[in-house]
Design a protein around this ligand. Structure first.
Ligand SMILES: NC(=O)c1ccc[n+]([C@@H]2O[C@H](COP(=O)([O-])OP(=O)(O)OC[C@H]3O[C@@H](n4cnc5c(N)ncnc54)[C@H](OP(=O)(O)O)[C@@H]3O)[C@@H](O)[C@H]2O)c1
Length: 193
């Protein structure tokens, strides 16, 4: 079984963006030390254009596949990037986009959970990165095996929640915590089944 990992950036109060999903106010915490760590540990989560600009050729050791909702994918599309994670296998959940804008991007039109279960059942040493956003994470919440939460020392008060899901307690085990001098905290949790 391959793992589905929700690797996400959020505020102290658990928002992944402002009410529209914009997370740019958190970028100021992406300083040199933190960036060096992220690029070394999770280079596969750096968009392809960024990898090229930074000279990152490390394929990464965690993920070979990324899933995102079209709300998240549209951020790249709007600036003319049709395959933002071209170094990975890319899947985008959408009901409205009928044709894939890029041969590397597979669209999931229905049975999102079923498609994710198929991906998880494939053989392979690397896992599946759930990139977001909130709606798709809420729909896939029960398929998530691991959470990697990058918490920035900022509070929003309101905004886009990490999960667009209803109330239900779900338990996780804390596997690792990394603290950076600038107050960024990266926690890794496994799902308790
Ligand atoms: N902080 C972070 O690390 C981070 C990471 C990623 C994203 N984000 C933010 O998250 C925001 C996007 O989140 P969001 O909740 O608005 O959107 P989203 O979850 O990215 O995408 C939602 C869309 O996915 C499609 N969808 C949902 N469920 C589906 C299903 N079962 N089958 C097929 N398609 C399905 C629908 O597309 P259609 O409308 O086409 O039907 C829906 O409108 C962005 O603003 C981004 O900035 C933040």
């Amino acid at each position: 079984m391959r793992k589905l990992t929700y690797y996400i950036a959020c505020t102290i109060d658990g928002f992944i963006g402002d009410p529209e999903g914009d997370a740019t106010s958190m970028y100021k915490y992406v300083d040199e030390a933190y960036l060096r760590w992220m690029n070394a540990e999770y280079p596969e989560t750096v968009p392809t254009q960024g990898r090229e600009a930074l000279g990152i050729d490390n394929p990464g050791k965690h993920f070979d596949t990324v899933i995102q909702g079209v709300g998240s994918y549209r951020i790249a599309l709007d600036i003319g990037i049709t395959s933002p994670y071209n170094h990975l296998r890319e899947l985008v959940a959408t009901r409205s986009l009928t044709e894939s804008p890029h041969p590397n991007v597979e669209l999931i039109h229905d049975d999102l959970v079923g498609r994710v279960r198929e991906l998880k059942a494939e053989d392979g040493p690397l896992g599946i990165w759930l990139c977001g956003g909130s709606t798709v994470a809420g729909e896939l919440v029960d398929e998530i095996d691991e959470l990697i939460i990058k918490t920035y020392p900022q509070m929003y008060g309101t905004g886009m929640p990490m999960f667009g899901a209803g109330f239900e307690p779900r338990d996780f085990e804390l596997d690792d915590v990394r603290v950076f001098d600038n107050g960024v905290l990266v926690r890794r949790y496994s799902r308790k089944r």
